[in-house]
Ligand binder design. Sequence first.
Ligand SMILES: Cc1ncc(COP(=O)(O)O)c(C=O)c1O
Length: 416
Amino acid sequence: MVSAKCFEGLVREFQGRTHRSRKVAERARRVLPGGETRSITYYSPYPVSITSASGPVITDCDGNSYLDILNNYTSLVHGHAFGPVVATAIAAAREGIVYPAPHEAQLDLAEHLSERHPTAEKVRFTNSGTEAALLAIRIAQAVTGRDRFVLFEGGYHGSAPLISGPHSQVIRVPFNDGAAVEEALDDSIAAVLFEPCLGVGGVIPADPGFVRTLRSQTHRVGALLITDEVQTLRASYGGATEVYGLEADLVIMAKLIGGGYPIGAVGGPAKHLRILDQSAPGAITHSGTFNGHLVSARAGLTALEHLSRSAIGNMNASTEKLADRIEMSGRAHGLPVIVTRFGSMMHVHLQEMKPTQAAHVTPNSTDTAALHLALLLEGIFAAPRGLVALSTVLTDVHLESIATGYDRAFARMAAG
Ligand SMILES: Cc1ncc(COP(=O)(O)O)c(C=O)c1O
């Protein structure tokens, strides 16, 4: 779709206004492998280096500012430096930063999650979503006495080897394919771990019938059903579990529940989480120096308290309108644009077919990279691969600028 000449022009224009970012990238390459700390945040020719961010606006070291529609991959649900979160985080730091003992901030957050999420009767904190996924699998293995588990193509639960690559204990099946799940499940399977909407896999929501099949088939073989709500919690007050009316066995959460600070959590009924009760015989050991960190717990609770049903409803409605406008404007420029959406997350795909499985998503291409660079040039900060996650602090004026930014980016691409 995008010619080599058009792409080179975008790169040149990007380089022309990011001289300092280029220097930072050169310095980074000397000390960080690939100049990065997260594979996913890298893009060519080099990522812009951010120096400050406030509300929906981030500013790079060359003084360019961008409307942030990625929000640290869904975690900053109220944008950057959200006043109430900053105030609670500073207060928590002044109270000692972190303790090697329980504290009430952990209980406050756990009680809130338990009240909010249908699966989370009890909660165990970790430092990240990756750790929460690994812990949930350990719990399922201990509860069932089985080793193997099912994951989905295009699903992402973190970059630990057990859950990210091929592994002897893992069976990967196509998403939204009930028959494949039925075939994969037998009495050697401890659990099925799934995202109700593939997040970084392209914002592909689960079909409600598929979710029902997951529940009935896991019941059939006595496996646990683990819901990964690390991203989808933002879709509804009780997450995607509430949207689908699902009765899952365990849930993992992370990202927004820390208000922008590192955190993860496993929620589940007492009958499953008692395996973590260190005073009971046969308990599994689970520690982590920063589990239930004071600053993360306080900041997370503050962020969640501001994420009311109406705040979520407004954010979802804005996302729906924006998704329609982006799709229409892409088409008006003669480009194949499909926007998939779940709550306040969406993914802008440059392809004709609406994806319902990971295999339907066109792999990263020059077109995807061109759209990302064109958006940066128009002052819009989205994920290099197309993920968008809005925040509660975007006003109608911001939303208009985002729609216009996409339109102008598409115009650049269509001009060839
Ligand atoms: C759905 C999902 N689960 C788990 C994770 C891993 O979380 P973390 O990056 O906090 O380890 C991610 C991260 O992007 C995610 O999107």
